[in-house]
Design a protein. Structure first.
Length: 353
């Protein structure tokens, strides 16, 4: 921390402050055991304010500029000390420099979850975090309410108190907003600005202004995240019946390769059974409720899948129209599955088509 001062004998003739810390709100000029010379030069840089304290009471406040300290520009000190016009003797006073720049990268976050009632999930617990910014707007109020006689007051010393105010207000705002948990991310900017406007009057009581309030993230508990993932997967699947048919068709070629030529015919019966189960699962989503009468379905030609390429073929087809592979025949009388080369059903003797 740099100090711009020049001390000649016992008298202070130059007063100023060069801040290189980045987090100091208030800094007291080291004038212990020294007196300030009347006419001394006071340098107040941009982003600073100088506050003179006389015997524990705030006196004169100087904005950015270069001053030659006289009774004319120190009216409060002149009144408190009962100085006559043209007073030239050295005097004792405490000089505090207050940083009025914008402190932007301060952090806030919810240590404990915030409860809210959600239309989709009922009562959910939310966690949130982000950043905020502050600026000193009333140096006198800041010194009276918070700083006191602290010779070097930093943002770290006040962050805890400010964070508690922010989190409390954020919880109330989320609970009263009525925004669904799934829609919170789309409202971060709006919610942040509303929170800033609502909290700024509270900050003003301490001589501060809440210049920005940013919500970076609002998260739900892990169990709710899993529920959302499951719901998203169900949305991707769409029609369960069509998805089951597709999965069955994809599995047929692999099963044919792994089963070998000797097991091919037996595997065909298993495939047909699997297809039947898939059709039943698909149909279960559209069955009428009890007590309701369903209209008779129009007759349609039953279909099956080619055991080689998975192409849908008609039940009476002997060969696949896609790859030409021979297909199993189904007896129209007993339903027995016959070999492609059979002309009569081995179960009932019915002539095949």
């Amino acid at each position: 921390m740099g100090i711009l001062d020049f001390i000649k004998g016992e008298l202070i003739e130059v007063i100023g402050w060069l801040d290189d810390t980045g987090d100091t709100l208030v800094w007291r000029f080291p004038d212990q055991d020294h007196e300030i010379k009347m006419g001394a030069k006071l340098t107040v840089r941009e982003g600073q304010t100088a506050v003179f304290v006389n015997e524990g009471r705030i006196a004169d406040i100087f904005n950015p500029g270069l001053y030659s300290l006289t009774t004319q520009n120190m009216p409060v000190m002149t009144t408190l000390r009962s100085w006559k016009y043209g007073f030239e003797s050295p005097f004792k006073a405490e000089v505090y420099f207050v940083s009025t720049r914008n402190f932007l990268d301060l952090k806030w976050g919810t240590q404990n979850p915030v409860m809210m009632r959600d239309a989709d999930f009922g009562v959910v617990r939310l966690r949130a975090f982000g950043t905020y910014g502050i600026r000193v707007t009333d140096p006198g109020a800041l010194m009276k309410e918070i700083v006191g006689t602290d010779g070097c007051f930093t943002t770290e010393e006040i962050e805890g108190q400010l964070r508690s105010m922010l989190v409390s207000s954020f919880g109330e705002m989320v609970g009263a907003s009525g925004i669904a948990a799934l829609d919170l991310a789309a409202n971060y900017k709006t919610m942040g600005e509303k929170a800033r406007e609502a909290l700024d009057p509270e900050f003003q009581k301490y001589g501060l202004s809440l210049t920005r309030f940013v919500i970076e993230n609002i998260s739900v508990p892990p169990e709710v995240e899993k529920m959302l993932d499951t719901r998203a997967q169900m949305g991707v699947v769409g029609d369960m019946g069509r998805f089951t048919q597709f999965q069955t068709a994809q599995a047929i070629p692999e099963a044919a390769k792994s089963g070998g030529a000797g097991e091919f015919l037996g595997m065909g019966a298993g495939i047909a059974m699997g297809q039947q189960m898939a059709n039943q699962m698909a149909g279960s989503f559209s069955q009428p409720q009890k007590g309701q009468q369903s209209e008779p379905a129009a007759a349609s030609s039953p279909e099956k899948f080619c055991s080689q390429c998975g192409k849908t073929v008609k039940s009476e087809a002997k060969f696949c129209p896609e790859c030409g592979a021979p297909q199993q025949m189904k007896c129209s009388k007993c339903g027995h599955l016959a070999k492609p080369q059979d002309r009569f059903c081995q179960e009932c003797g019915n002539k095949l088509g």
